[in-house]
Design a protein around this ligand. Sequence first.
Ligand SMILES: Cc1cc2nc3c(=O)[nH]c(=O)nc-3n(C[C@H](O)[C@H](O)[C@H](O)COP(=O)(O)OP(=O)(O)OC[C@H]3O[C@@H](n4cnc5c(N)ncnc54)[C@H](O)[C@@H]3O)c2cc1C
Length: 271
Amino acid sequence: MDRNIFEDEHEMFRDAARSFYTNEVLPHSERWREQGIVDRDAFLKAGEQGMLLMWADEKYGGAGVHDFRYEQILIEEIAKYGDPGFFMTLHSRLVGPYIGELGTEEQKARWLPKCISGEHILAVAITEAGAGSDVSGVRTKAEDKGDHYLLNGSKTFISNGILADLVIVVARTDSSRHGLSLFVVERGMEGFERGKNLKKMGMKSQDTAELFFNNVKIPKENLLGEWNRGFYQLMHFLAEERLLGACQYLANAEAAFDATMEYTQERKAFG
Ligand SMILES: Cc1cc2nc3c(=O)[nH]c(=O)nc-3n(C[C@H](O)[C@H](O)[C@H](O)COP(=O)(O)OP(=O)(O)OC[C@H]3O[C@@H](n4cnc5c(N)ncnc54)[C@H](O)[C@@H]3O)c2cc1C
């Protein structure tokens, strides 16, 4: 289908993305699928190309580009020339904006540069055994202990769950239905454990895991956004997730269609 939404500079970026995926992602795809996880340095290489958190301000090392079409191009090209299990978009546009929009200046300066370079990988942990579509069913709990928060509970189906260095965790902070808050849990915090890398039907190279929090002491500086406003903050960010999802599903369907078409045209059967 002909589309007229892209300008020349987008097409130049598309060429760069295609070449990056062809050289740095596709050659590893089969191994990544077998091992159930991408190599960490794939994020570093994407960071070197300026392809992570492109929207972030230049003062943190980003490109300050808010044009959604660049992310759309990354999604479209990875479906055809890379491996959609390398979930750069989750890192860059599903999770990164929580820090970019809700973070204080101190938090942004502390976390964004390493996310942009690919040294730190991001995840968001909402889902629990009893809370999926029904986000208000979250039972993971954070208590205010004066000089820190105490986090207890568990999450499941968390994308980038094994690789993540910073996990935005949704926890109950009030008994009211929507009394949730967001906390940044960092790799290495005592009591933060990872469970199994879960087996899935697709996205084989994407690590999707269980996470456990047993009396994790969260510094006060790691509360993200306002206390008890987590539910509303999630609803705000989940809206763009739908758009990113739509781009991804269409791109993957088109890649599957093209591969099938190519195969049926090349294959000779019954003489
Ligand atoms: C590959 C993968 C990656 C994921 N990554 C993450 C992640 O990074 N972070 C994270 O937090 N979560 C993640 N998830 C979890 C995902 O967000 C949940 O699976 C999703 O929210 C649905 O929740 P659920 O699986 O509990 O299904 P349920 O909520 O139990 O829904 C099951 C079915 O019931 C339907 N349904 C639910 N409620 C109603 C209702 N009231 N009326 C009618 N129908 C209803 C749903 O539409 C669905 O078809 C991931 C899941 C997968 C499969």
